[in-house]
Design a protein around this ligand. Structure first.
Ligand SMILES: [Zn+2]
Length: 463
């Protein structure tokens, strides 16, 4: 009788434990991303007189400027089928015909929606800079961008409950074609599935003033996230359309998918140019527009990028390694607390490493790194130190039990290198990475980590 009771109590507490873990609170990181995703419910926001921005219909922000006898579209978006819904929403505001389309830069998620707005033979002007598409062309030269790194970053192969988006846009449900943000593919070469609308008008000067439908627009060259970036300036309404040189996140100076290098120095100069216009309103390439304090926001954005750049260089001059610089060059609390500088998409740490890599290359100044052992040799040394591979595996499990998933993953990696057939090590690695990923707030880093976790768990479960 007493035994039965004890058995019942034990079973009951196991049940409680199981249900507690099944319904464990999402991490603070997960909750913050869930909160952020509320920004992307489809809506059209009035930015200023005759200026409207559509958010949440596509991964990019798409805008309409209403003129006397027609409208101008800024960044038609990622896909014609989605862009046609934006057109419909805009047509509820005005039925004036489209006179011009402006591409802020050559990422497919900003311009592939053009067929939804463009009609042949209507004299619609399509504007971009003369080096439009330069990043895609450079990436195509190596053929390295895209593939697994890209889909891990965007989280395409994650389970539905693991998909938390990319931090600056709605989580894409499927892989649209021809989208740099989405699949990292090259934009050069002939069109694939989507009909590509080429620019009909380009400019190579620093600033080009155009008049369309009675609206005065300055198109200003602004290399930053891409070399072909421009911003639009509406002097009358004091609106600046920043393209991807601004969205509400730490800037994506280094995308994890890998890409042609992005110059943070050029980027700082371009943000500074926008500040000199003294704007009131700011429309970014993704996320909702900043309806007031545009100048203050851009000033903080520029100061934050400049701080990270200057401190990285200063520390590098003191022979600090990138691992040391990520602490040394971090944002000061005044800037770190601003939500539009939080690392939803780009990461401060990744930026610091990228500045170092761009300016100093792979060598971090540590003489030992000129004489590296192979990964397998390093792992063997670690195993010998603790008394063999089984002891190493036991240490990995101990770390996991002590709530140290990063320690567990690092130790499990040594075991996997030495015993690639060890499924227990792969399972432990997968479980550790799942916890690390779920606790990571930068969406690309999170997606990449959880995608890798899924791969290890699948390998551990293979017959
Ligand atoms: Zn973009």
């Amino acid at each position: 009788m007493r035994n039965t009771l004890r058995f019942c109590l034990v079973s009951y507490s196991i049940l409680l434990l199981l249900s507690a873990s099944a319904y464990a609170q999402p991490s603070a990181a997960t909750q913050r991303l869930q909160e952020r995703n509320k920004m992307f419910k489809p809506q059209v926001i009035q930015v200023a007189d005759n200026v409207y921005t559509a958010i949440g219909y596509q991964v990019t922000a798409n805008s309409m400027i209403v003129g006397d006898d027609g409208v101008i579209i800024v960044d038609p978006g990622q896909m014609a089928i989605l862009a046609s819904r934006v057109r419909k929403a805009f047509e509820e505001i005005t039925d004036k015909p489209i006179k011009a389309i402006i591409y802020t830069h050559g990422h497919g998620d900003h311009y592939n929606g053009a067929p939804a707005f463009y009609e042949e033979g209507k004299g619609i002007q399509v504007w971009a800079r003369s080096n439009f598409g330069s990043e895609g062309t450079r990436n195509a030269t190596t053929g390295l961008v895209g593939g697994v790194r890209s889909s891990n970053t965007q989280g395409f192969d994650l389970k539905p409950e693991q998909k938390m988006g990319v931090g600056v846009a709605i989580p894409p449900e499927r892989r649209p074609t021809n989208s740099m943000m989405v699949d990292g593919s090259s934009q050069s070469g002939p069109p694939r599935r989507a009909q590509r609308i080429e620019p009909t008008h380009t400019f190579s000067e620093d600033r080009k003033r155009i008049e369309v439908a009675g609206v005065t627009i300055d198109l200003v060259s602004a290399p930053g996230e891409t070399e072909d970036q421009l911003y639009l300036w509406l002097p009358k309404q004091k609106v600046v359309f920043a393209g991807d040189n601004f969205y509400q996140s730490w800037p994506n100076v280094y995308p994890l998918r890998g890409t042609a290098r992005r110059s943070i120095r050029d980027w700082i100069v371009s943000v500074d140019k926008m500040i000199q216009e003294d704007p009131l309103h700011l429309v970014g390439g993704h996320t909702t527009p900043m309806l007031e304090n545009a100048n203050e926001v851009l000033t903080n954005y520029r100061d934050a990028m400049k701080h990270v750049y200057d401190k990285t260089i200063e520390g590098a001059q003191k022979y600090m390694t990138p691992d040391e610089l990520v602490e040394y060059a971090a944002l000061p609390p005044r800037l770190a607390k601003l939500d539009y500088l939080a690392p939803y998409y780009g990461s401060v740490e990744g930026t610091i490493r990228d500045i170092y890599a761009q300016d100093l290359g792979w060598f971090d100044g540590d003489a030992l790194n000129l004489h590296r052992e192979s990964p397998k040799k390093q792992s063997q040394r670690m195993a010998d130190l603790v008394g063999g591979v089984s002891a190493l595996m036991a240490k990995a499990r101990e770390a996991m039990a002590a709530d140290d998933p990063l320690g567990a993953a690092q130790l499990a990696q040594h075991v996997i290198r030495l015993r690639p057939e060890n499924k227990g090590a792969k399972r432990l690695m997968g479980e550790a990475l799942a916890i690390i990923g779920e606790g990571t707030f930068n969406a690309p880093m999170r997606n990449y980590t959880i995608s890798t976790s899924n791969r290890y768990l699948a390998e551990a479960n293979e017959e």
